[in-house]
Write a protein that binds this ligand. Structure first.
Ligand code: ADP
Length: 274
């Protein structure tokens, strides 16, 4: 499912003395099946942008086109509800939204809410819990008995079980230990590849962006500063330092060695040409 953002302006507290423009005439597209990273320093507009992609916020001006559904200033709840079925969102610390008495019931909640039958919801929950490596014998346990990393995975399974075509993940590894960090990041990559869904990752971790994202969108002051292939943007040290972003370890290492005179053979740029 393609998402097109066209001339999106987002103003908080519009027409009040507190009004604040968080996004200014923002235009971009998210193609189906790709893995995107949205980066930029704190306050650049990342969170505001992603909340427009699933109808949590509506544009002050401009439109967000999600497949054939249009989100604009006064879009009806009925349309927003449809958009939310296609575009899933994993918020920061999703485990805070766990509430049910068993792991299975918690993961079934989203699918049931979408109108699936009890049987269908259970099937979905089992499918995604297995994908996460949760053994069947654990399905009846309370999610609150689990470790932080495990709780986060259960919460993510609840979103996956709704089978969105686009999945937005906002700082999904915040506060996780290194092992859970890698597991969660690999999970998103796996579902992108296996189910051909679009991933939109918001993060400050440039190593993750370098490792997993196909394309990057760099925001500053509510505007799109650069977009393009990850390797083109994350190897531009000046661009990253100008925006107070860390340089990925591997890029820093290569550049340090190059400064010491080591010559690396670059991959040919245009690999499609005969
Ligand atoms: P980021 O996610 O990149 O940190 P945000 O989208 O949260 O950026 O914020 C963009 C701008 O909008 C910032 O200047 C921020 O202070 C402002 N902002 C965010 N949320 C609100 C809000 N609820 N009310 C007023 N201003 C807000």
């Amino acid at each position: 499912m393609k998402i097109t953002v066209d001339g999106l302006t987002s103003i908080y507290h519009n027409n009040t003395p507190f009004e604040h423009t968080a996004l200014n005439n923002f235009t971009t597209t998210f193609e189906p099946g790709k893995y995107y990273a949205v980066i930029g320093r704190t306050g650049s507009g990342k969170s505001t942008l992603i909340q427009h992609l699933n109808g949590l916020l509506l544009p002050t001006r401009g439109i967000v086109q999600v497949g054939d559904l249009t989100l604009k200033h006064r879009t009806k709840q009925r349309v927003i509800h449809q958009v939310k079925k296609h575009v899933g969102m994993v918020f920061q610390f999703p485990e805070h939204q766990l509430f049910d008495e068993t792991i299975l019931k918690d993961v079934m909640f989203g699918p049931l809410n979408m109108g699936l039958t009890e049987e269908e919801a259970e099937e979905r929950a089992e499918k995604y819990l297995s994908l996460l490596g949760v053994p069947k014998r654990a399905f009846g346990r309370s999610p609150f008995d689990l470790s932080g990393g495990q709780m986060r995975k259960i919460a993510i399974a609840g979103i996956l079980a709704m089978e969105p075509e686009v999945l937005i993940v906002d700082e999904p590894t915040a506060g996780l230990d290194p092992k859970s960090h890698i597991e969660v990041m690999q999970l998103f990559k796996q579902i992108q590849e296996d189910f051909n869904i679009t991933i939109i990752l918001v993060t400050h971790d440039m190593n993750d962006v370098f490792e997993y994202a196909d394309e990057v969108k760099l925001l500053a002051g509510g505007e799109l500063i650069r977009e393009g292939r990850t390797e083109d943007i994350l190897t531009d040290e000046k661009l990253l330092t100008d925006h107070h972003l860390e340089i990925p370890d591997i890029v820093r290492l290569v550049h340090d060695l190059e400064r010491k005179g080591v010559v690396f053979e670059r991959m040919p740029r245009n690999t499609e040409a005969f």
